[in-house]
Design a protein around this ligand. Structure first.
Ligand code: MF3
Ligand code: CO
Ligand code: CO
Length: 275
């Protein structure tokens, strides 16, 4: 398989799917409170997807070598890096949780995730807050370099430099990905790398940037459920994800909605224009 370049109609369809994915997170945000279970978040999301006319891309998802994923979304708590399975885990004050939503609308996939501090800023440890903030900024550092002529290695490089400069580590085993009428397409978007290397970005490419950053070492392990990935050293892990379009002059973040956190201050007013 190869990289697919989206035409105007494909881009508009992706805008819709991506906005709807982001709106699932908007809907869930006030509900993600101490005492809720990850399974209840899943149930509420499934209900909301039905209302908005989308289908979860994760429920039943079974790439080669994996059992079907049992959730409508992923809930990854504390030391869970990614692919956490919703269930009876009760969220408590001070937990950090990634909720990763991928929906399908008219055959097009939108994929986005955010971190949540359970019980708010005051309940989180200084380290947990810093990890979530650095990971958010790392995602945006990667987004910021997206423009025609840049290379995938440039994205990985800025993310790695920023995260490691903050004293954290970058998970290597999972990466961003092309997305469109398939969940995971080419190219792979590594969150580490060297400037000027790998595939050149061209207008019409759409891919995710979704760095997984650990407070401790980068090593991971897989749980016996065949999906859940945790840090090997049990340190905290955070992740943010946007789906991004390469435009003629820069980038356009597609997974946006009213409740999506605004870009960090280092992203200027002409963001995305390539100016
Ligand atoms: N949404 C994840 C991603 O960003 C993939 C989740 S696959 C699942 O690529 F099966 F674990 F849900
Ligand atoms: Co993704
Ligand atoms: Co995702």
């Amino acid at each position: 398989m190869s990289i697919t370049y989206k035409d105007a109609a494909g881009i508009e369809a992706m805008r819709v799917a991506c906005r709807l994915a982001s709106e699932v997170l908007d809907y869930l945000t006030p509900l993600i409170q101490p005492g809720i279970t990850t399974g209840e978040i899943d149930r509420l999301a499934a209900e909301y997807m039905k209302k908005q006319g989308t289908v979860s891309a994760t429920i039943g998802y079974a790439p080669p070598g994996y059992p079907p994923f049992p959730g409508h979304l992923c809930t990854s708590v504390n030391q869970v890096v990614c692919h956490g399975i919703p269930g009876d885990k009760v969220l408590k004050k001070g937990d950090i949780v990634n909720v990763d939503v991928t929906v399908i609308k008219d055959g097009w996939f939108g994929d986005t995730s955010r971190m949540f501090l359970i019980g708010g800023e005051d309940a989180a440890s200084i380290q947990a807050k810093r990890l979530c903030q650095i990971t958010f900024d790392a995602m945006w550092k990667g987004i910021e370099v997206v423009r025609p002529g840049a290379r995938l290695g440039d994205i990985g490089h800025v993310i790695q430099t920023f995260a490691e400069g903050a004293g954290f580590s970058v998970v290597r085993e999972f990466c961003g990905h092309g997305i469109g009428q398939k969940f995971h397409e080419e190219p792979q978007v590594l969150h580490y790398g060297k400037p000027g290397t790998l595939t050149e970005l061209k207008p019409g490419m759409i891919f995710t940037i979704e760095p997984m950053i650990n407070a401790g070492k980068r090593d991971i392990k897989e749980m016996n459920d065949g999906w859940t990935i945790t840090t090997r050293d049990r340190s905290l892990s955070a992740q943010w994800e946007h789906t991004v379009l390469v435009t003629e002059t820069g980038y356009d973040v597609l997974t946006v909605s009213e409740g999506a956190p605004p870009p960090p201050a280092f992203i200027g007013a002409t963001a995305g224009s390539g100016a």
